[in-house]
Design a protein around this ligand. Structure first.
Ligand code: BG6
Length: 489
């Protein structure tokens, strides 16, 4: 990719909010500490509250400090970072508010406007920026999810932003794409000769994608109850993971080359219909149970009233194209599951004919590639081996992992697990959109998700209860067992 002009200021809208404090300021601090922010790069936070610059800096220092952990802040790095920070108390949806921001931007020529706000006001903020003369061809605008709650509402939001900014100024964040191991999927598939010839329905039996969380919804329910697991996790993070596993090799790493291939996958997803929704999907909602050794309440108690929002989804997804015909993708995600685990498992087919007999024949298991994204980053290829030693019953076979423990491989005094947002913010500064989601991608994903939600409504499918700390409702096991497979728990 040709060298791009670097942005010289980032404005964080919603600068006092949770996302900014927990993720964005710490990411910017770490980027700065590692020398990725140019001299003069400025960081301006804006929100409605009036606050002095000093009070704001004290708040940011606390957030960044708690993210830095026991190592604490590096005094020299913080002193430099602090000089970059400024705060503007303004209502960004009004021309007056945008004008105040303009004054704060000073001489900056290439601004990034990062909207960590409710998407319902994206349109108004963009219009105000435009009125203040801040929407120039050099401006970059970052949008956080959820972009809509369905296709229609996402079109409204995207449409309002598009009235002011062209698509190539827009960076839609899916923070999963900033995770190291997610990007490593591209390296694994396209920087090795080994896997790609096998990456199809001739050799692969099925794929499992699990995003399990132990946390409950807690006080996020006002947002979550409107969305549920399907819209909160599947529409974005899980479909992105599926696309990276399933897409054809892009011709290069240019943003549109990669995004074109992802869109083709989304277009090939078999729609879920009322006729098959009960066999290909499961909705669940957690009830009281035990999580992390402690008794925890159910979602309804957190919500304060009965609700039919799902906190768990399992799906069988079929991709109707040449490469994946007959290879089901099983997806599941949920809150209050027994462990935090984000994992992609590629299950290969068994060997076509076994030359082994006796015990060894029974030992024979098909190969599996397991990509762990969280909490540990690891890639394991399960291979069959001869178990060492002698046995009266003849040779024995055993499945053993060939393991790339990424934490070990990349351990060292300076090794630190980066926040996904560090990569993404740096990409916006450098104007690289490869890891951001294009408008048609978001909309194709919504189209498919709308089909699932509609089929749930049409068939009156309410969430089934599951005890907090379990792997979801019994139906999730039945869903995969129906095709003679099982979840890897
Ligand atoms: C967010 C969802 O996008 O992703 C949350 O809104 C979820 O509900 C979170 O907990 C999971 O992200 P991570 O990086 O912790 O796996």
């Amino acid at each position: 990719m040709a060298e791009q002009p670097l942005a010289d200021v980032i404005v964080l809208f919603g600068g006092t909010g949770d996302l900014a404090q927990k993720m964005l300021f710490p990411s910017l601090y770490f980027l700065d500490a590692d020398g990725f922010l140019a001299d003069g790069f400025a960081i301006i936070a804006t929100a409605r509250a009036e606050m002095s610059r000093e009070a704001f800096i004290a708040e940011v220092k606390e957030s960044v400090g708690s993210r830095a952990g026991p190592a604490g802040l590096d005094a020299k790095a913080w002193a430099r970072f602090e000089t970059r920070l400024d705060y503007v108390g303004a209502d960004a949806t009004t021309p007056e508010g945008a004008a105040e921001l303009k004054a704060a931007l000073g001489e900056a020529r290439i601004p990034i406007f990062y909207l960590a706000l409710s998407p319902s006001i994206y349109g108004r903020v963009c219009a105000a920026l435009s009125q203040a003369g801040l929407a120039t061809p050099k401006t970059r605008i970052v949008l956080e999810k959820p972009i809509g709650r369905d296709l229609a509402s996402s079109r409204v939001i995207n449409g309002a932003v598009a009235e002011v900014f062209p698509e190539d100024s827009i960076f839609r964040i899916d923070h999963y794409l900033g995770k190291e191991t997610v990007q490593n999927l591209l390296a694994l598939r396209f920087a090795n000769t080994l896997f790609e010839p096998l990456w199809n329905n001739l050799t692969i039996d099925h794929v499992q994608i699990t995003v399990a969380e132990t946390e409950g919804v807690g006080d996020r329910w006002p947002y979550y109850d409107e969305y549920g697991a399907l819209r909160d996790m599947v529409q974005n993070h899980m479909l992105q993971l599926l696309c990276l596993v399933a897409m054809e090799p892009p011709s290069d790493m240019e943003p549109d080359s990669v995004r074109d291939e992802k869109v083709k996958v989304l277009r090939s997803l078999r729609p879920v219909t009322r006729a098959d929704v009960q066999t290909v999907s499961v909705r669940g909602q957690y009830t009281p149970g035990v999580s992390g050794g402690a008794s925890v309440g159910g979602y309804e108690a957190e919500r304060g009233q009965p609700t039919d929002t799902e906190t768990f989804v399992a799906l069988r997804v079929d991709i109707d194209n040449w490469r994946w015909a007959g290879v089901p993708f099983f997806l599941r995600t949920g809150k209050r599951l027994p462990e935090r685990r984000t994992q992609i498992a590629i299950q290969f087919k068994p060997v076509p004919h076994s030359i082994f007999d006796g015990a060894a024949k029974a030992d024979l298991a098909a190969n599996r590639l397991v990509i762990d994204l969280q909490p540990d980053e690891d890639i394991e290829l399960l291979l069959m081996n001869k178990a060492p030693g002698l046995s009266e019953r003849g040779m024995r076979l055993q499945s053993l992992p060939l393991s790339l423990s990424l934490a070990k491989a990349y351990s060292g005094p300076n090794a630190r697990r980066r926040i996904a947002y560090e990569r993404l913010i740096l990409d916006v500064i450098q104007n690289n959109r490869t890891l951001f989601v294009r408008r048609d991608e978001v909309e194709r994903a919504w189209e498919w998700i709308d089909g699932v939600a509609q089929a749930w409504r049409d068939s009156g499918m309410a969430p089934k209860p599951y005890a907090a700390g379990s792997w979801g409702p019994a139906g999730a096991f039945a869903l995969i067992e129906r095709s003679d497979r099982a979840w890897y728990d």
